[in-house]
Design a protein around this ligand. Structure first.
Ligand SMILES: [Zn+2]
Ligand SMILES: [Zn+2]
Ligand SMILES: [Zn+2]
Length: 117
């Protein structure tokens, strides 16, 4: 996780999907198009606390290769609730026993105790 700037309640990160370039690195639309994960802004503010996205392991790229990760929307990092606990179903991996996206935590690996269970 690369934090560029930190404030009391938020962090500034480089967009993982385009590696902070702001362009569509896979040329899905065109190589000159704006990165659709960060809308070409290159950096993204995220509300704290944050954790590395377990589904893409912080790359922002989905397992299939060319699309952005649906869990973190290409950021590589996700905002989590302050009272989040590790998901009991996937043990924080974001992926269930059969290798699928964990529906319990929505692939984030943690969930809020208020809403979980
Ligand atoms: Zn981007
Ligand atoms: Zn992700
Ligand atoms: Zn889970």
């Amino acid at each position: 996780m690369k934090i560029l700037e930190e404030k009391e309640d938020k962090v500034l990160i480089n967009c993982a999907f385009c590696e902070g370039k702001g362009l569509d690195i896979f040329g899905i639309m065109s190589y000159l198009s704006k990165c659709y994960a960060c809308m070409g802004k290159k950096t993204i503010w995220l509300k704290k606390p944050v954790k590395t996205c377990p589904s893409c392991k912080g790359t922002g790229i989905a397992a299939e290769g060319r699309n952005y990760c649906m869990v973190c929307n290409g950021k590589g990092i996700v905002s989590i609730p302050e009272n989040a606990i590790t998901c009991s179903k996937c043990n924080g991996s974001g992926i269930d026993d059969s290798g699928n996206y964990c529906v319990k935590c929505k692939g984030v690996g943690v969930y809020s105790v208020q809403h979980g269970n």
